[in-house]
Design a binder for this molecule. Sequence first.
Ligand SMILES: CC(C)(COP(=O)(O)OP(=O)(O)OC[C@H]1O[C@@H](n2cnc3c(N)ncnc32)[C@H](O)[C@@H]1OP(=O)(O)O)[C@@H](O)C(=O)NCCC(=O)NCCS
Length: 189
Amino acid sequence: MSPVIEIPQRIRTERLVLRPLVRTDLDDIHAYQSDPEVVRFLPWPVRNRDESAGHLAQRMSRTRLEKDGDNVALAIDVEGTVVGDLTLIVASAENRGAEIGWVLHPDFRGRGYATEAARAGLGLLFADWGAHRVAAKLDPRNVASAAVCMRLGMRHEARFLHNELLKGEWLDTDVYAILEDEWRGRGSS
Ligand SMILES: CC(C)(COP(=O)(O)OP(=O)(O)OC[C@H]1O[C@@H](n2cnc3c(N)ncnc32)[C@H](O)[C@@H]1OP(=O)(O)O)[C@@H](O)C(=O)NCCC(=O)NCCS
């Protein structure tokens, strides 16, 4: 049977709270979604406030991981400020494959928040959803994101050349992944 979970109300880590997005997060989220540097390696353009509001509403309506393509977003909350978000995606329910992604406001980088949030996200995927494999896909030029993968114990598995036509450019895609046994072998951290 395919695994199913509802997005949890709150996950506490050492320094962060991961929680569902709410409407009042708009200002915090728009602050980084409107920054060209933040979206440089992401598959969407900078968003104006209305676009961020529409995107937020869409993401707030997605609360369940069950079928292929299902995705949920969790706010990365530091003392009431949303400093970024984590996305969890069902790549294949049949094969218990998931994907994970992360974004931080530039002012909150360099403190390990993305890695700390993503560790909790891996915990949710492996321990609660029952993932067998979790992957991250990124532009090879995105060295900060690759470093997050390595800190999480993910392995660089593949590079697909000219895999995507994005913003008028053919882009390569790197795939990093970690298996359930490997995650458990790291003491689940
Ligand atoms: C990818 C992204 C989230 C990485 O952010 P980041 O701040 O570099 O990653 P972390 O939050 O894990 O922080 C790690 C850094 O904090 C440092 N750090 C400080 N205190 C730390 C702590 N307590 N624990 C761990 N790391 C700590 C680490 O040494 C590391 O620094 P370094 O890069 O100089 O080696 C960020 O660059 C980003 O949002 N980019 C734009 C969006 C994007 O491209 N997302 C990925 C799409 S695939």
